[in-house]
Design a protein around this ligand. Structure first.
Ligand code: PAF
Length: 283
């Protein structure tokens, strides 16, 4: 695996690959890689000749009181994992390379409406930071395909919408949620969870599954289901940020006759904010 710290260096080799007719698959990350990320690399390698991964902890998508400074940076072990998973090129820029004119004057990409709800409501500006950095990364890498995990369901939906709205010539592909043996969705932030909380945090997934079962069984009282779900999470000792039953595409509250439904949840533990989701298709 070859590592590039500058966009120009990476572009040079990718231009050559493109001229040879090779296809490029891209997996953007913020590092601290787990098996879920590595599955994205493996998936990218199955359908592309060249696999590019980026590691960049993007300050633009973190709020002022969020965890940008303590976000786990594990560059050496990430590189070892990427090498084993078949990644060809790693792009690892610093802040100056990505934002040479500083953050305040950086041009931004905004995807309205979809980013005002769910995680966007509790993390103002977060998705603007994501869409801006992903657009920049797409322009640098110019991939044929970019792969994102379904765990960050809203992020995936927003990026799909951005690519469609802005006619970006890249195929956006999703990859399934990777889970720990007890069902907890893998996340770089799981390391924040305390040993005491760890056995109980599966309540989020269990609660989303309970809602899904209720809906499939014909219970369409969405508002009551959401309230009851928050009670379940509270009795496990955690605080609900949101539990919503949404239209899978628009992310707006699901209507009774919607057929593609995604149940999304976010909850706070003592030191972490965890998210998860489940999608169901009704006949
Ligand atoms: O999902 C992530 O790790 C980040 O939001 C992304 C897509 C790499 C943009 O910084």
């Amino acid at each position: 695996m070859q590592v590039f710290h500058t966009a120009s260096g990476l572009r040079e080799v990718l231009d050559k690959a493109r001229r040879k007719g090779l296809s490029i698959g891209f997996v953007p990350t913020m590092g601290n890689l787990h098996d879920g990320h590595l599955a994205l690399i493996v998936q990218a390698a199955k359908s592309n000749d060249i696999v590019v991964c980026s590691i960049f902890v993007n300050a633009l998508q973190f709020g002022l009181n969020e965890d940008w400074d303590k976000y786990p940076r594990t560059y050496e072990s990430d590189c070892a994992k990427l090498r084993q998973s078949g990644c060809h090129y790693l792009f690892h820029p610093n802040d100056t390379e990505m934002y040479p004119n500083g953050l305040d004057t950086q041009s931004r990409v905004i995807c309205p409406t979809m980013t005002d709800v769910l995680c966007g409501a509790s993390r103002p500006g977060h998705f603007e930071g994501v869409t801006t950095v992903v657009s920049k990364l797409f322009n640098i890498v110019q991939p044929d395909e970019a792969i994102f995990g379904i765990k960050d369901y809203q992020q995936l939906a927003v990026i799909r919408r951005m690519a469609e709205d802005l006619c970006m010539p890249v195929k956006i592909t999703s990859a399934p949620i990777h889970r720990e043996p007890d069902g907890l969705a893998m996340s770089s932030r799981n390391s924040y969870i305390s040993d005491e909380e760890r056995p109980k945090v599966t309540v989020l997934k269990e609660t989303l599954e309970w809602i899904a079962q209720q809906i499939v069984a014909g219970n369409l009282e969405f508002s009551k289901l959401q309230k009851d779900a928050a009670k379940r999470i509270k009795s496990a000792g955690f605080k609900t940020d949101y539990i919503t039953i949404s239209n899978s595409k628009t992310l707006q509250p699901a209507a009774i006759d919607d057929r593609q439904i995604t149940i999304l949840g976010a909850m706070y533990t003592e030191s972490a904010r965890l998210i998860d989701n489940i999608s169901i298709a009704l006949d």
